[in-house]
Design a binder for this molecule. Sequence first.
Ligand code: KG4
Ligand code: ZN
Length: 335
Amino acid sequence: MRPVTILAIESSCDETSAAICVDGKILSNHIANQTVHEKYGGVVPELASRAHMQNIVPVVHSALQTAFPGAPDLTSIDAVAFTQAPGLIGSLLVGTQFAKSLALSLNKPLIGVHHMQAHVLANLIDENRPSFPFLCLTVSGGHTQIVLAKSPLELEVIGETIDDAAGEAFDKTAKLLGLPYPGGPLIDKYAKLGDPLRFKFAEPQIPELDFSFSGLKTSVLYFLQKQEPGFIEQNLHDLCASVQHTIINILLKKVKKAVQETGVKQVCIAGGVSANSGLRTALQELGVKHKWQTFIPKFEYCTDNAAMIAITAYYKYQASQFTGLEASPSARAEW
Ligand code: KG4
Ligand code: ZN
């Protein structure tokens, strides 16, 4: 049988990415990061859309060059995939329109992909992958979910945040500590040098498998307001380590509960926050302690990337789940 080649595009937030996947194997995954947002302390939707417009052609071109060196061959593409939802609507529109135009001009099918489903299936990219069923803690800038994956296309959200996402908890507390956006990677970096048990911050008591992070931000804010000038600078590493420790505790307590309730002992993580070194280590340690099998995607497949869109589209292609050219993106979307 002829191999199935998919060109995938991701543009849901502030990363423009394109990937080529052949029979489920990723041949290329190019990502253009947008630095324009740093000085605003968060992603500015209008600026993100404009940057996607500038980046999309060069990024797709680079992905094709890497996958087919010397002779980028559009004719070998069997389907064009794109992130359809959820995300910033202007950003999604750029990728959607590009994918639709390409699919139309090549006369190939289009595959719209759910961004959160793709984060979970990023765990299927590498050779060392979980079998079904597995649990996935998906932690990003916009979402925090525990997903029970029964098959590639049967994913059930069994727990989620009732307010802020884990990535927001990192970014908002980083802002309180005077760190630039996105603060998650910086907290990670400084936490390595600090004492995680030095400061205690509030951990919410939320029922079932749901999460809450808004109280943590308030707890850090009130704590900092009581301190003398210069306190943050003198204690930055311990503050970062303690904040990170609290976020990891909140997340992993619920993962433990999810394993107990479902009996599923293969546990994955996904999403931008899964790049956090403390979370990666803590999950692995918990896995060893409780005899779970744990799976952690490579860094480049944790934050937003088109490889995860491509792998999801590969499964949708096999199930003939195609999307019509009349498709439009959606900022919010149910599974
Ligand atoms: O999945 P993602 O790239 O984009 C969304 O779909 O939201 O996640 C971005 C989030 C940001 O909040 C960022 O601060 C966080 O992931 N993040 C991290 C780390 N790397 C990225 N948080 C903690 N530690 C990291 N190393
Ligand atoms: Zn994401």
